[in-house]
Write a protein that binds this ligand. Structure first.
Ligand SMILES: [Zn+2]
Length: 435
C-alpha cells in the first residue's frame, strides 16, 4: 500500500513538472501558433497593383500577417520556396451564375483554378443560402460567393424565357421602392438589373427609379446590357457597373469619356462574347498542358455546350475589344468576369482566358491582374481580400513564371490556398480521386 502511494506521489510530481514545462512552452509562443503557419520565401508578389520582388509572405490563422523582405519566422512554419514563382491574391470572377442545384460543384471548380471569390450576377434563393453557408462557417475547399440573388426584370423579360423557377417581376404599376426592398430582403449583396431589348424590358423611367431605390438603401447596382445604346441609358440612369460590354457596334467617340465621367465600372465578359460570336474556332484550353489535365467533369459539361448557330450574328468580338481598350484609356475600372457557365465556358478555368482577352484588348498584364483582384474588391467594397497585404485573408494563388510579363502564366498553377488552407485540385492524373 505504502509503495503504491509513493509511486502515485512521484507520478503526480512528474505530471506536475511536465505540465509546467508544457505551460512554459505554450506561453513562449503566440496563442495562434497552434494553427499551422505558412511562409512563402523568395517569391515575387503581385500585391493587387504592383510587383514586389523576392519577398517573404507570412500567413497564420487564415490571414496574411507579414509581407516584405526576409524576416524571422517560427521554425515550425511550413515553408514554400517561391523561387521563379509569383504569388497573387486569389482571383475574382466578377460575373458568374450558379444555377439552382450545381452551386457547390461550380464553386469547387472555381477554386480548382485559383478563383477564390465569385460574384454571381443573377441567382436564386439557393445561391443566397449557399452564400450564407460559406461565409458563416468560413468554408474552404470551395470559392467564396457574393450574389445579386434574384435580379430585376419585367414580365416576359430576360431571363424568364430560359425556363427555370418562376421569379417575381416588376410590372408597370408596381411600387419600385417596395419591389427593390423585397429583393434586398431576400438577402442579395447588390442589385442586378436586366436591361435587354431583345425581350420586354424596363422603361427608362423604371431604370432610373430602380437605381434610385437601390441607392436609397446603399446597394450597388449592376446591369445587364448588350447594345451601346442601352449601355448609355444605363450609365445615364446612374448604375454603378455594367455587367457586360456591348458588341453590336464600335464604341462611338465620347462613349468611354461618358462612362468615366459617371464613375461606372465595367465587367466586359469578353469570354461569353467570344463564345456567342463563334470568334474562336478551337477551344483555347485543348492544347494547354497546364490546364487540360485539371479540367473537372463538371467543367467539361459546360465547355462542350455551344450557343445556337447564328446566335451572335450581329455581334463582333472586335467591337467589344475596342470598347474595352477605349474604356481603359479613359480610366474606367475594368473587372474580369466570364459569365460562366454560359455555353463554352467553365467556372475557374475560363477566367484565365478572360485575362488574356483583356490583354488583347489593350490592358497591360499588370492591369489585367488588377482587374481580377484589387479592382473588383474596390468596386464592390470588399476590404478583406483582393490584395496581398497585412490583415487580409490568405486567399492565394502561386504560379510558375511571371504573369506580369506573360499573362498566360496564371494557368501554370503551383498551389491554391483559401484562408491559408491548401486546396487539393482535381486532376485527371490522379484517377483514384473522386470529383
Ligand atoms: Zn450573366
Amino acid at each position: 500500500m505504502q509503495a503504491l502511494s509513493e509511486r502515485m506521489k512521484s507520478l503526480a510530481a512528474a505530471l506536475a513538472v511536465s505540465l509546467l514545462l508544457l505551460g512554459a512552452l505554450l506561453s513562449s509562443v503566440p496563442a495562434q501558433q497552434s494553427e499551422k503557419a505558412l511562409v512563402f520565401r523568395n517569391v515575387d508578389v503581385f500585391d493587387g497593383s504592383r510587383m514586389i520582388r523576392h519577398a517573404t509572405v507570412f500567413v497564420r490563422g487564415g490571414m496574411i500577417r507579414a509581407v516584405g523582405a526576409d524576416f524571422a519566422v517560427p521554425p515550425s512554419a511550413q515553408v514554400v520556396d517561391g523561387k521563379g514563382k509569383t504569388l497573387l491574391p486569389g482571383l475574382f470572377d466578377a460575373h458568374t451564375h450558379l444555377g439552382v442545384t450545381q452551386g457547390e460543384q461550380f464553386l469547387q471548380d472555381a477554386l480548382d483554378f485559383g478563383v477564390t471569390t465569385e460574384l454571381e450576377m443573377f441567382g436564386s434563393d439557393a445561391s443566397v443560402a449557399l452564400r450564407k453557408k460559406i461565409s458563416d462557417s468560413g468554408l474552404t475547399g470551395i470559392a467564396d460567393l457574393f450574389t445579386a440573388g434574384v435580379g430585376i426584370t419585367v414580365p416576359h423579360g430576360h431571363p424568364t424565357q430560359m425556363g427555370g423557377p418562376p421569379i417575381p417581376t416588376l410590372a408597370p404599376d408596381d411600387d419600385v421602392q417596395a419591389f427593390v426592398d423585397a429583393r434586398i430582403a431576400e438577402g442579395g449583396d447588390y442589385i442586378k438589373i436586366i436591361y435587354e431589348h431583345a425581350f420586354p424590358t424596363l422603361t427608362k423611367q423604371q431604370l432610373e427609379d430602380v437605381v434610385a431605390a437601390a441607392h436609397r438603401r446603399n446597394k450597388l447596382v449592376v446591369i445587364h446590357i448588350s447594345t451601346q445604346s442601352d449601355a448609355r441609358d444605363a450609365i445615364a440612369a446612374g448604375v454603378d457597373g455594367l455587367a457586360h460590354i456591348f458588341a453590336d457596334s464600335p464604341p462611338e467617340p465620347g462613349f468611354s469619356e461618358f462612362a468615366a465621367q459617371h464613375h461606372v465600372f465595367v465587367i466586359p465578359t469578353l469570354s461569353v462574347i467570344e463564345m456567342a460570336t463563334g470568334a474562336s474556332a478551337k477551344p483555347w484550353w485543348q492544347d494547354v498542358p497546364q490546364a487540360s489535365p485539371y479540367i473537372t467533369p463538371s467543367m467539361r459539361r459546360t465547355l462542350d455546350i455551344k450557343f445556337p448557330p447564328g446566335f451572335g450574328a450581329r455581334l463582333k468580338l472586335a467591337h467589344a475589344e475596342a470598347a474595352v481598350g477605349a474604356l481603359r484609356r479613359a480610366g474606367v475600372p475594368i473587372l474580369a468576369g466570364t459569365d460562366a457557365p454560359a455555353p463554352g465556358l467553365a467556372h475557374g478555368l475560363s477566367l484565365h482566358h478572360e485575362l488574356e482577352l483583356l490583354v488583347m484588348s489593350g490592358l497591360t498584364p499588370l492591369a489585367a491582374l488588377a482587374s481580377a483582384t484589387s479592382e473588383p474588391a474596390r468596386a464592390f467594397g470588399f476590404h478583406d481580400r483582393g490584395r496581398i497585404a497585412v490583415g487580409l485573408r490568405a486567399d492565394l494563388l502561386l504560379v510558375n513564371g511571371d504573369p506580369t510579363v506573360d499573362i498566360r502564366a496564371t494557368r501554370d498553377i503551383v498551389g491554391i490556398w483559401k484562408l491559408g488552407v491548401p486546396h487539393l485540385r482535381y486532376s485527371a492524373n490522379r484517377p483514384t480521386e473522386k470529383r
